[in-house]
Structures are given as C-alpha cells and as structure tokens.
Design a protein around this ligand. Structure first.
Ligand code: HEC
Length: 162
C-alpha cells in the first residue's frame, strides 16, 4: 500500500513539473517586476491610460516570446498602438536602466511573471538559456525598437534588425 501511494505521488509530481517550472520562476519574477516595470505599467499591469499601455492579454505579451524578451532588453520608441489606443511616451531600454536585467535569469523570471498574471495564461516557461540566445542575437543593437520593427519581427533565423 505504501509503495502504491509513493508511486502515485511520484507520477503526479512529474506531470506537474513543467507547470511548476513557470510558476516558481514567475514567483521570483514578481520582485523583478516591482523594481523594473511597475513604475510605468502599474502593480495591476493595466498601465495608465494615455501614458503606459496595459500588459494584459496584448499580442506583445502573449505572442512571440522572442519579441517579448527583445522588448524587455531594448525598449520601444515612438508611437505605438496597443488594443486600439495610441501611446507615445516611449519605453527606455530596460537593460540599460536596471542593472539586474543584465542577468538572463531575472529577465526569464519577469517575463514568466507577466505572462502568467494580469489575465495572461501562458503555460510554457521562458528559460534563462532562451533569454541568453535573444540577448546574443541583438547584442549589436543600441537603439530601442520601433512599432514597425516589432510588428515585422524577424522570423527565427532571419537576419536580426540593425
Ligand atoms: C519608464 C516606463 C516604462 C518601464 C519602466 C517599462 N515600460 Fe514597457 N512600455 C512603456 C511604454 C510607454 C510603452 C509603449 C511604447 C511607446 O510609448 O513607444 C511600453 C510598452 C511595452 C510593451 C508592448 C505593449 C504592450 O502593452 O503589450 C511591453 C510588452 C512592455 N512594455 C513590457 C514591459 C516590461 C515587462 C517591463 C519591465 C521589465 C517594462 N515594460 C518597463 C513604458 C515602460
């Protein structure tokens, strides 16, 4: 009997592992969010109308993970439409403003936090290894993204935007 219960517990914990991964990372990511995103996107992730866009179910948040990480690294300049509303405040390059974002693990954690909160329900975790790849891919880029570049984000393997 004891063995059966043990075997059952083992099966359940293995099955939950992938989910557990993103949750554990997201829990750590809350602290990163409070330090590096909250001032603009707010505690609720809903932003401020006319100034800072929401991080709730937008294509940029729930879509291509590579593009999301690229935004967290380089920021955005110029005018951008999110959920039909126009923003032009600009997002300064987070990796330059906040030294803790030099750490790939912190970017993975904050990405996982945003993608599993504010009504977002992404199941697949972004890993520090994935962040390292994206960081390397755009290492030579010194400017923020424009909306046009983000909308035409290069498919994996395509030449990175300069
Ligand atoms: C200084 C303010 C500021 C900070 C800090 C900031 N952002 Fe932004 N963010 C903006 C603004 C403003 C825009 C809209 C772009 C524009 O105005 O050009 C934006 C746009 C975005 C977008 C794309 C639009 C959307 O709402 O989906 C994402 C994703 C995003 N930010 C994520 C983050 C994350 C994650 C962090 C923390 C690591 C962060 N931002 C930190 C101001 C900020």
């Amino acid at each position: 009997m004891k063995n059966i219960i043990f075997a059952l517990a083992l099966t359940v914990s293995t099955a939950a592992f992938a989910q557990e991964d993103i949750k554990v990372s997201a829990d750590r990511g809350k602290m990163v969010y409070l330090q590096t995103c909250m001032a603009c996107h707010q505690l609720t992730g809903q932003g401020i109308p006319g100034a800072f866009p929401p991080l709730s179910k937008t294509d940029y948040v729930t879509g291509d993970a590579r593009r999301f990480v690229a935004i967290v690294l380089k920021g955005i300049s110029g005018v951008m439409t999110v959920d039909g509303k126009v923003y032009a405040t600009g997002m300064p390059q987070p990796e330059l403003t906040f030294p803790i974002l030099k750490d790939d693990k912190n970017i993975a954690d904050v990405t996982n936090y945003v993608r599993t909160n504010f009504g977002n329900e992404i199941k697949e975790a972004v890993t520090p290894e994935f962040v390292a790849e994206v960081r390397k891919e755009f290492a030579g880029r010194t400017t923020q993204w424009t909306e046009a570049e983000l909308l035409a984000f290069p498919a994996k393997g395509a030449a990175p935007a300069k």
